[in-house]
Design a protein around this ligand. Structure first.
Ligand code: NI
Ligand code: MN
Length: 227
């Protein structure tokens, strides 16, 4: 059993009843996030890339909870430098943590960290395959469509794919439909849309386009899906 709670934008918590991880905790400054960063109790914090709408509150959450930040080596080093527990990995690598099995996957995007008015190098952006509570979930981070999604879906049969549909910075709905064809997940949840006007999309219309491909659940921020 796995509970997947959407907190708006690309932020989700995954809970198996024993452990909880948060992915891309953009909470402070996220206009649609229904919780406060201080309310989260987590064991792991997965950060897909360095942009502020993904790194978000990762450092204060990890420090307060004693949770491990899992990210690429560059972001993990940056977070460790800020005093947060952090574990660096890189694309293609997987590791069993006490709270989940995590594999870093490629993403076509940027990863710079905005820090004190400078852009700090944040390595290559990533996505995640996470296995927890007997379920396998793909969180691609911010990415455009790429053909190796077929490989990700074949190597890791997916119970759930969380897919960006906001366009402009990531895949839009057209490319996300193609991603579903390649990933062949058992279920889809759209993300990274309608947080701001620039990435406004119709989640229900996207779900309708997936009819015959995969069931799609459109979660409102704060809602939970049980797998
Ligand atoms: Ni980004
Ligand atoms: Mn983003």
């Amino acid at each position: 059993m796995l509970k997947v709670r959407f907190l708006g934008h690309s932020c989700f918590t995954l809970s198996d009843g024993t452990h909880t991880v948060v992915i891309d905790p953009f909470i402070s400054g996220n206009p649609v996030c229904p919780v406060k960063a201080a309310d989260l109790k987590v064991d792991g914090v997965l950060v897909s890339h360095g942009h502020s709408d993904h790194l978000g509150d990762a450092i204060p959450i990890a420090k307060r909870c004693g949770a491990t930040i899992v990210a690429n080596h560059e972001i993990a080093s940056f977070c460790a430098g800020q005093g947060a527990p952090a574990h660096g990995m890189h694309i293609g690598g997987a590791r069993q943590f006490p709270f989940a099995w995590v594999k870093l996957t490629p993403a076509w995007h940027g990863s710079g960290i905005d820090y004190q008015g400078q852009m700090v190098y944040g390595g290559m952006p990533s996505g995640f395959v996470v296995r927890m509570g007997g379920r396998t979930v793909y969180h691609p981070g911010d990415t455009g469509l790429f053909g190796d999604m077929e490989l990700i879906g074949r190597l890791h049969p997916l119970d759930l794919a969380l897919l960006p549909i906001g366009d402009n910075y990531t895949m839009g709905p057209d490319d996300a439909v193609e991603a579903v064809r390649m990933l062949k997940p058992k279920r889809v949840v759209p993300m990274h849309y309608s947080t701001f006007d620039l990435i406004k999309q119709d989640g229900a219309a996207f779900a309708k386009r997936l009819e015959g491909l995969a069931p799609c659940t459109v979660l409102k921020p704060g809602e939970t899906l049980e797998l």
